[in-house]
Design a protein around this ligand. Structure first.
Ligand SMILES: Nc1nc2c(c(=O)[nH]1)N[C@H]1C(S)=C(S)[C@@H](COP(=O)(O)OP(=O)(O)OC[C@H]3O[C@@H](n4cnc5c(=O)[nH]c(N)nc54)[C@H](O)[C@@H]3O)O[C@H]1N2
Ligand SMILES: Nc1nc2c(c(=O)[nH]1)N[C@H]1C(S)=C(S)[C@@H](COP(=O)(O)OP(=O)(O)OC[C@H]3O[C@@H](n4cnc5c(=O)[nH]c(N)nc54)[C@H](O)[C@@H]3O)O[C@H]1N2
Ligand code: SF4
Ligand SMILES: [Mo]
Length: 902
């Protein structure tokens, strides 16, 4: 592939927008990803995540060759080795325990047409255990099915006919940008936007008004508004009399409550309820957009049904610009018979919202193998500690994914998947009515394969090979037959999006696919279903969609050391917590450390955080969430979880203040410093090369970290602050306060204690095998972190060990790799702090020729060296990280007895 090309494709992320995109490719490399202006709905829009996604394709953490776990560690393998192993385990386990001993766990990461065939593969295998229920949209859909017979949403463009749009528990500015665009356009046409969300989400910027109800209590708000509509005589008599059933029962429910009582229960003012009622009565037609946030509660069906009922009462059902809309069927347009469920007797399904317990309880047969595709359940399913126990019980776990995330830690085989930019497929949306092409922009990166190709090659290892092994194109022809029947063949679909035959306005004829043919009002409601606040755990824990990423599609390097939790400033004040302080969040299920943001004007009964951070990166908030199924629809009520918050270091006791000296932007504190924070340190970073002053003495600090950087350790002329820093390093040590020097920092440490530093003949660069000395084995910091993984080197200078120093780790090309000196000072010549982003920055820097070292050492570092380094990087980095964390912990403990205020 040469020259510049533009490829029309469709975003396949787990996002209702399913944007039409154009990928720019130069010389075979993806260089841009932006919105396709020719897409009739998404019209050239693409979100902040699209640009990030283009970078993710080449992210240094992306795994690009198969991995097999050997002796507890992943090692690279060929596809044949990996697939032979998977096929052999499948055959053996199915023969010994039946195919139901295999669980197929299909996630939400990518739900394209060809993904239907994953399930077909397992059906050909004999039918395995699969999942039922949902981590995502189950409750909303099932609840709306009760009212409408079948949930059908208005076409998003129909909202342009609305005088008001009510965003009810939905945050389109972050989660659905073209809906945000439609709301803006509706506003320009004179419409109003009302946001109903306990949180002041980013969509507040769209809204003319914001009502913040108590989470899970929207049912009362909807009923309060309904009572006000009735009181005003503004109900749609014709709809109630001719197109609905259950009207009397519904009105009886309403009659049981006074408006003020409903407002109190909803946690809103009477003015709020009045505003909602007025919007529906005066701004006709008003459309209601339900989000997914709304239904992550145990009895969310009451809220959803009460909202449907409110809209029906106001006569907006089946009306252009009206209705209650949520989602669309992403698998709807395809021939679903092709997934082959009829091939076997119905097999066992496990209930997804309680998947950990379900796996643990499965005995007939037990779950022996788990095959996970496009999911990160160990991070995203609720109560992940329990799920981890369940996964550990399985003897063989296969994961197909992109990065070494939380779930990969449980996998025995990792199969590297392509991204949609490397795939041929077709993509429908759960947010609109268009289906679009997925055209490959680039060749697969490294050895990655699409899931289709993986199952294709696995099928080749079984007697049913012929039933599966047909080309992508031929399968897509079959899968998309219903779309062809609507007038769009595959060739046309390759060129651009097609609008499916779906109504702009559902139920326009006021006929509903319910048994009665009419709209069905909710006919029962028990207030006991909506529990009262609990003084022991006073906050509802709302772990909502992050703005900059989708669910857990992140990288290790991209995480802050701890998750941020947002609490009302008034509550923070009451608890004596200050903004930025570390706290512990506790639920009845588990606990996690976090950084507190005290936010003025927030509801006092919620704690809000982004979902999707990884456990191994110090986040993992599903360690706290309850695993339970919603009453209707087998959804997952993540937000039913209640928590309390306490200071992690009451009165600052136990908190360690660490001074970090950063000598260059190129050498940040990386995993070492992040781990210190996770262990409870408060970092005070000083960059003296930028003119920031070093403190006069160690007073107030428990320890000192001196990082690396390009300066030469003995060049005081270039870095005039060095003598001051050397004195500070000595002072810390003299007071028994731990000092860590990394690379340049280690050289400076040697110098501080009398060792000479000098420039080596050749630069050391790359992950290097080192040896631990006898003293290192017994050392309290290094010993527990062993065995030594290959560790990253990038230095031109070395040093002589100062008098009294002990060598702990030695190298071949450069002997002095890690030493201990004085009371509590450690020098690390290798870069134990690196993450993949830091290393890939250095690779670019080193290769660029901008530094002399790379020019001098071209022969020692040929292209093949860097190619292999890139391939091995995810593994090197994850092993280095384990070592780094153990060392950071041991180092921080050295200062356990330090009293820092002198
Ligand atoms: N940037 C970004 N986009 C995404 C995703 C992402 O992670 N990041 N995820 C994708 C996925 S998987 C999905 S399912 C969709 C979700 O799309 P949305 O539903 O728009 O997003 P959520 O953050 O899940 O929830 C929306 C809002 O519901 C509110 N909420 C919570 N409980 C209640 C309640 O009881 N009542 C009311 N009225 N509101 C409540 C939350 O505070 C939140 O602001 O977004 C998709 N798009
Ligand atoms: N606490 C809390 N937890 C939640 C939620 C919440 O609101 N709060 N929301 C829930 C919701 S709405 C959802 S949808 C779920 C999502 O739960 P999951 O589907 O388990 O999680 P994702 O984070 O979307 O992970 C998708 C993974 O698939 C990978 N991937 C993407 N495309 C492909 C592909 O084509 N092939 C393969 N093999 N891998 C691919 C991605 O890199 C990523 O690692 O999480 C739920 N979890
Ligand atoms: S993540 Fe969503 S909004 Fe962003 S480009 Fe993809 S489909 Fe569009
Ligand atoms: Mo979702």
């Amino acid at each position: 592939m040469t020259g510049k090309k533009r490829i029309v494709t469709t975003c396949t992320r787990d996002c209702p927008n399913a944007c039409g995109l154009v990928a720019t490719v130069e010389n075979g490399r993806l260089t841009g990803l932006c919105g396709n202006p020719d897409h009739p709905l998404t019209r050239g829009a693409a979100c902040v995540k699209a640009a990030r996604y283009a970078r993710r394709v080449y992210d240094p953490e992306r795994v690009t060759r198969p991995l097999i776990r050997v002796g507890g560690r992943f090692v690279p393998a060929s596809w044949d080795e990996a697939l032979d192993l998977v096929a052999e385990r499948m055959r053996t386990i199915a023969a010994q325990s039946g195919p139901e001993a295999i669980l197929y766990y299909q996630g939400y990461g990518e739900r394209t047409a060809l993904k239907l065939l994953n399930r077909y593969f397992f059906n050909l295998l004999g039918g395995v255990t699969t999942l039922r229920g949902s981590l995502c949209g189950g409750t909303g859909q099932a609840s709306q099915n009760l009212d409408f017979g079948e949930r059908i949403s208005h076409d998003p463009l129909d909202h342009l006919n609305s005088r008001a749009m009510i965003l009810w528990g939905r945050n389109p500015v972050s989660t659905n940008i073209s809906l945000a665009g439609i709301a803006r356009e509706a506003k320009r046409r004179g419409g109003t936007i009302l946001l109903i969300d306990p949180v002041r989400s980013r969509s507040t910027v769209l809204a003319d008004n914001h009502i913040a109800p108590r989470p899970g209590a929207d049912v009362y708000l909807a009923m309060a508004a309904a009572r006000l509509v009735l009181a005003a005589g503004a109900e749609d008599r014709d709809f109630l009399e001719n197109h609905a059933v259950g009207v009397k029962e519904y009105l009886d429910i309403l009659a049981r409550f006074e408006v003020d009582e409903l407002c109190r229960l909803a946690g809103v003012s009477r003015a709020d309820a009045g505003l909602l009622a007025r919007t529906l009565m005066a701004e006709r037609p008003a459309s209601i957009l339900l989000g997914w946030g709304l239904h992550r509660h145990e009895n969310a069906h009451h809220s959803i049904r009460a909202i449907d009922a409110l809209a029906a009462l106001c006569g907006t059902i089946g009306v252009p610009g009206g209705g209650v809309s949520q989602g669309f069927e992403e698998y709807g347009p395809y021939d679903q018979a092709l997934w082959g469920d009829g091939l076997n007797p119905p097999r066992r399904t496990l209930l997804l919202p309680v998947i950990g317990q379900e796996i643990l309880d499965a005995t007939d047969p037990p779950v022996r193998m788990i095959f996970v595709t496009a999911a990160n359940p160990l991070c995203m399913a609720p109560n992940t500690d329990r799920l981890a126990r369940a996964f550990r019980r399985a003897e063989f776990v296969v994961l197909s994914g992109h990065t070494l995330d939380d779930t990969s830690d449980h996998a025995h085989v990792f199969l590297p998947a392509t991204t949609f930019l490397e795939e041929t497929d077709v993509m429908a949306s759960y947010g609109h009515n268009y289906v679009g092409p997925v055209n490959p922009a680039i060749l697969p990166v490294g050895q990655c394969k699409s899931e289709f190709r993986m199952f294709y090659e696995l099928a080749g290892r079984f007697p049913f090979a012929d039933a599966f092994r047909t080309s992508e194109e031929a399968w897509l022809e079959k899968l998309c037959a219903p779309i062809r029947a609507q007038g769009c063949d595959l060739a046309a679909l390759r060129r651009g999006p097609f609008r499916l035959d779906a109504p702009m306005v559902p139920y326009a004829d006021k006929v509903f696919p319910t048994p009665s043919g009419k709209f069905q009002f909710m006919t029962s409601f028990d207030p006991a279903d909506i529990p009262d606040p609990d003084s022991d755990h006073p906050y509802r824990f709302l772990t909502i969609a992050p703005h900059g990423s989708i669910c857990s599609e992140r990288t290790m390097a991209g995480h802050e050391p701890l998750p941020v939790v947002r609490l009302a400033a008034s509550e923070a004040g009451r608890l004596g917590l200050s903004d930025g302080e570390q706290v512990v969040v506790e639920s009845p299920v588990g606990e996690a450390a976090a950084t507190l943001r005290a936010e003025p004007g927030m509801r006092p009964d919620i704690l809000v955080a982004d979902r999707g951070g990884w456990i191994k990166a110090g986040h993992g908030l599903n360690r706290l969430t309850r695993d339970m199924a919603s009453t209707v629809g087998n959804g997952t009520p993540y937000y039913q979880t209640r928590v309390r918050v306490r200071p992690r270091f009451p009165g600052g006791r136990g908190e360690r203040r660490i001074l970090v000296v950063q000598n260059s932007d190129r050498a940040p504190g990386g995993e070492f410093c992040k781990e210190l924070v996770r262990l409870g340190a408060r970092l005070c970073t000083v960059a003296p090369e930028k003119g920031q002053a070093l403190p006069d003495s160690p007073a107030g600090y428990h320890g000192l970290v001196v990082l690396g950087g390009p300066p030469h350790a003995s060049d005081d002329a270039a870095s005039p602050y060095f003598p001051r820093l050397l004195a500070l390093m000595r002072d810390f040590d003299a007071m028994g306060r731990p000092v860590a020097g990394i690379c340049l920092g280690a050289q400076l440490l040697a110098r501080a204690h009398g060792g000479a530093t000098w420039t080596m003949a050749e630069t050391e660069f790359g992950f290097t095998e080192l040896t631990v000395t006898g003293a290192g084995d017994l050392d309290p910091v290094i010993g527990p972190a062993l065995p030594l993984p290959p560790l990253m080197e990038f230095h031109e200078d070395s040093f002589d060990l100062p008098g009294g120093a002990t060598l702990l780790v030695a190298g071949e090309a450069c002997a002095n790799q890690c030493f201990k000196v004085g009371n509590a000072s450690y020098g690390f010549q290798f870069h134990l702090e690196i993450d993949a982003a830091i290393v890939s920055d250095w690779i670019g820097f080193f290769r660029s020729g901008d530094i002399d070292a790379s020019v001098r050492s071209k022969d020692r570092f040929p292209e093949a060296f860097f190619a292999e380094l890139a391939r091995m990087l995810p593994l090197y980095v994850s092993r280095s990280r384990e070592f780094c964390r153990a060392v950071a912990g041991g180092w921080l403990r050295l200062g356990a007895g330090v009293v820092a205020d002198s």
